[in-house]
Design a binder for this molecule. Structure first.
Ligand code: KIV
Ligand code: ZN
Length: 515
């Protein structure tokens, strides 16, 4: 059977989703999880775009051993040099070079003639080959390019040393049949094409990214580029989990194999959703909350009699736990550590100690601590602590049906100074957020606010996600607590701390325009 490689670009194209700003620790955690999922290649970022991206790519390349780590690069020497510095410590360094090939991009964006584009592409591949054993070359906006020109430039970059050719549908414009035909055209019109692997990279503007990727596989592609939960620029990229499970369930049809560990899919999806703040719709294929729920009586009856009547994917295949382990107030540190490890999280001794304190506090208020509760606590301890910025000391909110809601908040800044303010609002959350805005003395626009419960029951934890804009930066934040107002305050502070962190890194961390 043909082997299909999975090239995951969650940390590069995925991170380009509006409002997504992952910090170094979050990127490393996602990279480790992608390694457990056994993707073949992790695109960890765009090293020349900012210091933050450079550092993240470098650390991921040095940490991950079971996958090839790559970074994106424009066709210029300075980008290639930065990428080599970031990637040279990796287990299998590879470079992802790109240049646009469509008339629209060449004329309006690059302002280069087709001959100049070929020259720049060839020169970049030759230069990159001095350092990198594997060079992947991408024709940006390939699907709106003229096919004879595309074939010509592909032939030239292969001669120059590229070993993977990627055909991106940058604007999500192509249809499955047309995309397949481009792959066939290249195989029939590029003399040295058998020396390279062909790769698909699809965006979802018309909702066809996954089906286009599958069409590419049917027409000769041996690599697919995708993101977890399909996150990415605009409508997103092709969703890794959907392609992977389609290839598995319909192996009879596609006749291909992958090296993925499908049981890590659900966990990877949860991690990416939590860290990016991008929610997975309940009806999303494979990873949505309702993907395995049978609502209609006829369906339920069928499934009870024989699962396969209405279930083509078993939840266990993608790692949806059939029963969640429960800890309680008598569980000790040892049981907690074991469960954390079983859930796939790596915590330092200090983090485990802090987590244990939080766990005991929660166990005093809540009888059963489920895996979801534990994951929420791990996130609070591991990712949501911005020790150098603001922390919530206390809140008090007064609400009554015939009363103006009023909040009093005490915050601590990074130097330990206390700030106390009070304000009113039309509702409790607004009063709280008006008060926080006063404490921070900076205008903050709330773009989105969502609340959900962690698991079920009256004593369930509340988890709040917000998206804010402050100082012209958009970020998201999350907060968990038993009380919805406390969770709301934590989410807001978490988002604001991210704004301040991005701002602190500004100047030395200015991003160049991403493709
Ligand atoms: O969509 C695109 O064209 C890209 C390239 C840089 C590969 O992301
Ligand atoms: Zn893309």
């Amino acid at each position: 059977m043909r082997k299909i490689k999975f090239f995951d670009t969650t940390l590069r194209d995925g991170e380009q989703s509006a409002g997504v700003n992952l910090n170094l620790q979050e990127k490393l955690e996602i990279a480790r999880q992608l390694e457990r999922l056994r993707v073949d290649i992790i695109e960890a970022g765009f090293p020349a775009s900012s210091k933050g991206d450079f550092e993240a790519v470098k650390q991921i390349a040095e940490t991950v051993r079971a996958c090839s780590v790559t970074g994106l690069s424009r066709s210029v020497r300075s980008d290639i040099d930065a990428a080599w510095e970031a990637l040279k410590g990796g287990a299998e360094p590879r470079l992802h070079l790109f240049i646009a090939t469509s008339p629209i991009h060449m004329v309006h964006k690059l302002r280069m003639t087709p001959e100049q584009v070929i020259e720049a592409a060839v020169e970049a591949v030759k230069y990159a080959k001095r350092f990198f054993p594997i060079v992947q070359w991408s024709a940006e906006d390939a699907c709106r390019s003229e096919l004879p020109f595309l074939a010509k430039i592909v032939a030239e970059v292969i001669k120059a040393g590229a070993s993977v050719i990627n055909i991106p549908d940058t604007v999500g414009y192509i249809t499955p049949k047309e995309y397949g035909e481009i792959f066939l055209y290249l195989q029939n019109n590029v003399p040295n094409i058998e020396n390279v692997s062909l790769s698909a990279h699809c965006h979802d503007d018309l909702g066809m990214a996954v089906v286009n990727s599958l069409s590419a596989i049917e027409h000769g592609a041996t690599q697919v580029e995708c993101t977890i939960n399909g996150i990415g620029e605009r409508a997103g990229n092709a969703a890794l989990e959907e392609i992977a499970v389609a290839l598995h369930i319909r192996k009879d049809y596609y006749q291909v194999e992958t090296r993925l560990n499908l049981q890590e899919i659900k966990r990877t999806s949860n991690l990416v959703s939590k860290l990016t703040g991008v929610v997975v719709p309940p009806n999303k294929a494979v990873v949505g909350k309702n993907a395995f729920a049978h609502e209609s009586g006829i369906h339920q009856d069928g499934v009870l009699k024989e699962k396969t009547t209405y279930e083509i994917i078993s939840p266990e295949l993608v790692g949806v736990p059939s029963n969640s382990m429960v800890l309680g107030k008598h569980s000790g540190r040892h049981a907690l550590r074991n469960r954390v490890e079983e859930l796939g999280y790596t915590l330092s001794e200090e983090e485990i100690n802090q987590l244990f304190i939080r766990f005991k506090e929660l166990a005093d208020k809540k009888k059963d601590i489920t895996d979801d509760d534990l994951i929420a606590l791990i996130f609070e301890e591991k990712f949501d602590h911005f020790k150098d910025f603001y922390q919530l000391s206390s809140i008090q909110v007064q609400y009554g049906t015939n009363q103006i809601p009023t909040a009093v908040v005490v915050l601590k800044d990074g130097k330990g100074n206390e700030i106390q303010e009070a304000a009113t609002g039309a509702g409790s959350v607004e009063a709280l957020y008006n008060t926080l805005e006063r404490c921070l003395q900076t205008p903050v626009t709330l773009l989105d606010y969502r609340i959900e419960s962690v698991g079920g029951g009256r004593d369930a934890l509340a988890q709040v996600f917000v998206k804010v804009r402050a100082h012209a930066i958009e970020t998201s934040g999350r907060g968990t607590a038993q009380d919805v107002l406390e969770a709301s305050a934590k989410a807001y502070i978490n988002a604001i701390n991210r704004v301040f962190m991005i701002e602190a890194m500004r100047g030395e961390n200015e991003k160049v325009a991403t493709p």
